[in-house]
Design a protein. Sequence first.
Length: 149
Amino acid sequence: MQLFQRFFLVFFLLSVGAAQSQTLPKKDLWALFQQVPFKEKLNRDFGLYFFYPEFTEELKVLKGKEVVLKGFYIPLDLQSNQTLILSKYPMAECFFCGAAGPESVAVVYLKAKPPRMKVDQIVEVRGILDLNATDVEEMTFIIRNATII
Protein backbone atom coordinates (compact mmCIF):
# COMPACT_ATOMS: atom_id res chain seq x y z
CA MET A 1 0.00 0.00 0.00
CA GLN A 2 2.80 2.41 0.91
CA LEU A 3 4.45 1.71 -2.47
CA PHE A 4 1.22 2.64 -4.22
CA GLN A 5 1.03 5.94 -2.28
CA ARG A 6 4.62 6.81 -3.22
CA PHE A 7 3.95 5.98 -6.86
CA PHE A 8 0.83 8.14 -6.82
CA LEU A 9 2.70 11.03 -5.19
CA VAL A 10 5.52 10.88 -7.76
CA PHE A 11 3.01 10.68 -10.62
CA PHE A 12 1.09 13.65 -9.21
CA LEU A 13 4.22 15.80 -8.84
CA LEU A 14 5.35 14.98 -12.37
CA SER A 15 1.90 15.83 -13.73
CA VAL A 16 1.88 19.20 -11.97
CA GLY A 17 5.36 20.00 -13.32
CA ALA A 18 4.31 19.06 -16.86
CA ALA A 19 1.19 21.22 -16.61
CA GLN A 20 3.22 24.21 -15.45
CA SER A 21 5.69 23.86 -18.32
CA GLN A 22 2.77 23.86 -20.79
CA THR A 23 1.45 27.09 -19.32
CA LEU A 24 4.73 28.95 -19.70
CA PRO A 25 6.84 27.67 -22.58
CA LYS A 26 10.55 27.97 -21.93
CA LYS A 27 11.43 28.50 -25.56
CA ASP A 28 13.87 30.91 -27.13
CA LEU A 29 11.31 33.14 -28.82
CA TRP A 30 13.95 35.10 -30.72
CA ALA A 31 15.10 31.84 -32.36
CA LEU A 32 11.51 30.98 -33.27
CA PHE A 33 10.92 34.49 -34.65
CA GLN A 34 14.05 34.12 -36.78
CA GLN A 35 12.64 30.99 -38.45
CA VAL A 36 9.66 32.90 -39.86
CA PRO A 37 9.98 33.57 -43.59
CA PHE A 38 8.68 36.87 -44.98
CA LYS A 39 7.20 37.17 -48.48
CA GLU A 40 6.90 40.43 -50.36
CA LYS A 41 3.31 41.16 -51.41
CA LEU A 42 1.40 44.14 -52.74
CA ASN A 43 -0.79 45.93 -50.21
CA ARG A 44 -3.62 47.41 -52.26
CA ASP A 45 -4.67 49.86 -49.53
CA PHE A 46 -1.27 51.56 -49.58
CA GLY A 47 -0.29 50.75 -53.17
CA LEU A 48 3.08 49.51 -51.89
CA TYR A 49 4.86 46.22 -51.41
CA PHE A 50 5.33 44.99 -47.84
CA PHE A 51 6.89 41.90 -46.31
CA TYR A 52 4.30 39.57 -44.78
CA PRO A 53 5.19 36.76 -42.36
CA GLU A 54 4.38 33.10 -42.91
CA PHE A 55 4.40 31.79 -39.34
CA THR A 56 5.81 28.37 -38.57
CA GLU A 57 3.57 25.76 -36.96
CA GLU A 58 5.78 25.79 -33.85
CA LEU A 59 5.12 29.51 -33.41
CA LYS A 60 1.39 29.25 -34.20
CA VAL A 61 1.03 26.78 -31.32
CA LEU A 62 2.33 29.46 -28.93
CA LYS A 63 -0.17 32.11 -30.08
CA GLY A 64 -2.47 32.99 -27.19
CA LYS A 65 -0.16 31.32 -24.67
CA GLU A 66 1.81 32.97 -21.88
CA VAL A 67 5.46 33.44 -22.85
CA VAL A 68 8.59 35.17 -21.60
CA LEU A 69 10.72 37.42 -23.79
CA LYS A 70 14.00 39.10 -22.88
CA GLY A 71 15.53 41.83 -24.98
CA PHE A 72 16.96 45.32 -25.28
CA TYR A 73 14.67 48.27 -24.59
CA ILE A 74 14.36 50.50 -27.65
CA PRO A 75 12.90 53.95 -26.94
CA LEU A 76 10.31 55.09 -29.44
CA ASP A 77 7.88 57.96 -29.17
CA LEU A 78 4.73 55.89 -28.80
CA GLN A 79 1.24 57.16 -28.07
CA SER A 80 0.75 54.83 -25.12
CA ASN A 81 3.00 55.03 -22.09
CA GLN A 82 2.24 51.34 -21.46
CA THR A 83 3.87 50.21 -24.70
CA LEU A 84 7.50 49.37 -25.25
CA ILE A 85 9.65 47.82 -27.95
CA LEU A 86 12.05 44.98 -27.26
CA SER A 87 14.84 44.10 -29.64
CA LYS A 88 17.05 41.06 -29.90
CA TYR A 89 19.92 43.46 -30.58
CA PRO A 90 21.11 46.75 -29.03
CA MET A 91 19.90 50.03 -30.53
CA ALA A 92 22.86 50.42 -32.91
CA GLU A 93 22.02 47.07 -34.55
CA CYS A 94 18.22 47.05 -34.25
CA PHE A 95 15.53 46.83 -36.91
CA PHE A 96 14.75 50.54 -36.80
CA CYS A 97 18.38 51.44 -37.56
CA GLY A 98 18.36 49.22 -40.62
CA ALA A 99 20.79 46.60 -39.37
CA ALA A 100 18.29 43.79 -38.61
CA GLY A 101 15.01 42.37 -39.82
CA PRO A 102 11.45 42.42 -38.45
CA GLU A 103 12.07 39.10 -36.68
CA SER A 104 14.35 40.92 -34.24
CA VAL A 105 11.74 43.22 -32.65
CA ALA A 106 8.52 42.80 -30.68
CA VAL A 107 6.01 45.27 -29.33
CA VAL A 108 4.98 44.79 -25.72
CA TYR A 109 1.66 46.07 -24.36
CA LEU A 110 2.03 46.27 -20.59
CA LYS A 111 -0.68 46.02 -17.93
CA ALA A 112 0.82 49.01 -16.12
CA LYS A 113 3.09 51.95 -16.87
CA PRO A 114 6.73 50.76 -16.83
CA PRO A 115 9.45 52.32 -14.72
CA ARG A 116 11.84 54.74 -16.39
CA MET A 117 14.29 52.78 -18.54
CA LYS A 118 17.53 53.48 -20.35
CA VAL A 119 18.36 52.76 -23.98
CA ASP A 120 19.58 49.18 -24.39
CA GLN A 121 18.51 48.24 -20.87
CA ILE A 122 17.84 44.50 -20.83
CA VAL A 123 14.18 43.89 -20.01
CA GLU A 124 12.33 40.62 -19.49
CA VAL A 125 8.55 40.48 -19.88
CA ARG A 126 5.85 37.89 -19.39
CA GLY A 127 2.62 38.10 -21.38
CA ILE A 128 0.40 36.59 -24.03
CA LEU A 129 1.92 36.04 -27.48
CA ASP A 130 0.04 37.40 -30.47
CA LEU A 131 1.08 37.11 -34.11
CA ASN A 132 0.25 39.69 -36.76
CA ALA A 133 0.32 38.62 -40.40
CA THR A 134 -1.86 41.33 -41.98
CA ASP A 135 -1.73 44.76 -40.31
CA VAL A 136 1.25 46.64 -41.76
CA GLU A 137 0.85 49.37 -39.14
CA GLU A 138 1.49 46.94 -36.28
CA MET A 139 4.52 44.84 -35.37
CA THR A 140 4.64 41.20 -36.41
CA PHE A 141 5.38 39.83 -32.93
CA ILE A 142 3.26 41.13 -30.06
CA ILE A 143 3.24 40.45 -26.34
CA ARG A 144 -0.06 41.53 -24.78
CA ASN A 145 -1.19 41.95 -21.19
CA ALA A 146 2.46 41.87 -20.14
CA THR A 147 4.34 42.50 -16.96
CA ILE A 148 8.03 43.24 -16.49
CA ILE A 149 9.73 40.46 -14.51
